[in-house]
Design a protein. Structure first.
Length: 121
């Protein structure tokens, strides 16, 4: 099995460059439950300290959603969304990478909504 280099993959599929950018910035990609599902989405996250998370969900190169959420230490409270953008993969990736790190001046902190509370057994 021959694996493509990043450069070879980007030559075949230019939008992959955006995923390489976030991978190289420390993001982790989540496994896709059913890769054969035509509605499968690609999810990735970057975990910061103190409960902050940057997240992206990609349906295709023209449909992506980026979030910054704060997951409270209190397991009974829902995570809060402090930043949200949708658009093309390239737009959302560049906006996420331009966000100041949590705790930095101008980093978003005001809750604009709540994220779904994850069920835990």
């Amino acid at each position: 099995m021959n694996l493509l280099t990043d450069a070879e993959a980007v030559k075949l599929f230019p939008s992959l460059q955006n995923l390489i950018l976030i991978r190289d910035a420390g993001w982790k990609f989540l496994p896709i439950d059913d890769p054969g599902d035509p509605n499968a989405e690609l999810d990735a996250a970057r975990v910061w300290s103190n409960g902050w998370r940057d997240c992206i969900r990609v349906r295709d190169e023209t449909d992506a959603l980026g979030l910054r959420i704060c997951v409270p230490a209190d397991q009974h409270s829902a995570p809060t969304i402090v930043w949200e953008r949708s658009g093309t993969l390239a737009e959302v990736v560049h906006q996420l990478l331009a966000l100041p790190a949590p705790g930095m001046r101008l980093a978003p902190t005001l809750a604009i909504g709540t994220a779904p509370k994850l069920w835990t057994p």
